[in-house]
Design a binder for this molecule. Structure first.
Ligand SMILES: Cc1cc2nc3c(=O)[nH]c(=O)nc-3n(C[C@H](O)[C@H](O)[C@H](O)COP(=O)(O)OP(=O)(O)OC[C@H]3O[C@@H](n4cnc5c(N)ncnc54)[C@H](O)[C@@H]3O)c2cc1C
Length: 260
């Protein structure tokens, strides 16, 4: 089965992340960039399905030049080839534009049976890209899965929620998104790292995908960040001494804050 995995390079959550003053987009240069951990799990799931069912695993990333590092990591884990969508015009793209571009890139891969994404990127956290892609491609979507199995032309998945576990299935081709419970991703082996250097990575622009610059980037975004300010430092808080009336004092405080 031919699987596409959508991988995003994100600022390391351990780095201090900030927005640029110029256009309030994420300052990607100021933080270490890594392959998003949820996408390592998506790659792992694709590799396990490939081991069971054969086929090819293609990773697709939309991002600046240095996103090649994230792509190489996915290839060193075992993916076969990659597409890197890189274009100056993509800076500031919103979820809709991102999904549009990724859907076009998926369209360049032959006979795709399954698209696997993370449920939510650690930086944007929209949790919307996989669903928008499914809509654009007219494919069934099975999102937020903690378990995935393929039986013939059917994909089955388990979605864990606060209310319980939902058992879902759809016919292939389909788009799935996975949560952090899906698996433990493998570490790239030395052999895998060396092999990744020779695997094909095709870099494409939005023109190559037939997307117009006006549909992407900050100018094409449906929403705009007008203002951003750093989080204020934490205040010392208010200490409540309990001399029998602690509960009432806390309730009074919460009422004052309009929290109850
Ligand atoms: C600082 C900041 C400012 C922003 N400003 C704006 C704004 O002004 N207006 C606006 O509309 N939006 C804005 N966004 C949203 C931003 O454009 C989204 O981050 C982006 O479009 C995709 O959404 P997401 O990363 O939240 O994806 P999610 O839907 O959370 O991602 C889920 C999965 O989709 C896949 N995926 C997502 N993106 C990619 C990618 N680039 N390449 C490959 N796979 C991918 C991955 O598998 C990922 O795990 C801003 C985001 C940030 C961090």
């Amino acid at each position: 089965m031919n699987i596409v995995v959508l991988v995003k390079q994100v600022p390391d959550t351990w780095s201090e992340r900030k927005l640029t003053d110029a256009d309030h987009t994420l300052d990607r240069e100021s933080a270490d960039a890594v392959l998003d951990e949820i996408n390592e799990r998506a790659v792992e799931e694709a590799l396990q399905l490939q081991e069971a069912h054969g086929g090819e695993v293609t990773v697709i990333a939309m991002g600046p030049d240095r996103a090649t590092d994230a792509i190489r990591k996915a290839l060193s884990m075992g993916a076969d080839k990659a597409i890197h969508v890189s274009d100056e015009a993509l800076h500031g793209s919103d979820s809709i534009a991102t999904a549009k571009v990724l859907a076009k890139a998926i369209g360049t891969v032959e006979n795709v049976d399954l698209v696997i994404a993370g449920n939510e990127a650690t930086d944007g956290r929209a949790g919307a890209v996989p669903a928008i892609i499914a809509e654009l491609l007219g494919l069934p979507q099975v999102t937020q899965l903690r378990k995935v199995t393929v039986e013939g032309t059917t994909i089955k998945g388990e979605r864990e929620t606060d209310e319980g576990v939902a058992f879902l299935e759809a016919s292939l081709p389909a788009v799935v998104s996975v949560t952090e419970k899906i698996n433990e991703p493998r570490y790239p082996s030395f052999k895998g790292i060396m092999a990744a250097k020779k695997k094909p990575v095709s870099t494409v622009s939005i023109a190559d995908l037939g997307v117009d610059a006006s549909e992407v980037g900050l100018s094409g975004a449906w929403t705009q960040v007008l203002e951003a300010a750093p989080k204020p430092p934490r205040s010392a808080g208010q200490r409540v001494e309990d001399s029998g009336d602690g509960g009432a004092k806390i309730a009074e405080f919460l009422v004052g804050q309009k929290l109850i």
